[in-house]
Design a binder for this molecule. Structure first.
Ligand SMILES: [Zn+2]
Ligand SMILES: [Zn+2]
Length: 125
């Protein structure tokens, strides 16, 4: 059983928020604009060489915006390991794995861990 597998995923279009309830009890609430800013596809990352399995720290400091690019049209599971999201502007190339989404959690606890370089934090080199 994957510890990272979410127990529940909800997209609230009115609030513009994606909510993930994780198997370990953690709750992540992502503004859509954050999820879109962190889109892990090659096009958004600027090429395959820049693709990694953790979000760019810069996405957390970007201002929230409301545009077709940050409005979620649909959400689909990819097997048991990831989500794909279709945005109103037609973009749907990002594959958000559970570990990526967990690393993208904007809550103070997760951001604090990232800042301290907690060993549980997914590392890329
Ligand atoms: Zn993308
Ligand atoms: Zn968190």
């Amino acid at each position: 059983m994957d510890q990272l597998a979410p127990k529940g995923i909800k997209a609230n279009r009115l609030a513009g928020e994606l909510t993930i309830q994780w198997a370990d009890g953690h709750l992540s609430v992502y503004p859509f604009s954050l999820v879109r800013a962190a889109c892990p596809c090659a096009e958004c990352r600027g090429g395959h060489d820049n693709m990694r399995d953790t979000p760019d720290p810069e996405v957390f400091t970007r201002p929230r915006e409301d545009s077709p690019a940050t409005r979620m049209t649909s959400l689909e599971a990819v097997g048991a390991y990831a989500l794909t999201i279709t945005w109103e502007d037609g973009h749907h190339y990002g594959i958000y794995t559970w570990s990526f989404l967990r690393a993208l959690c904007p809550c103070p606890i997760c951001r604090g861990e990232a800042a301290q370089g907690d060993s549980a934090w997914p590392k890329t080199l």
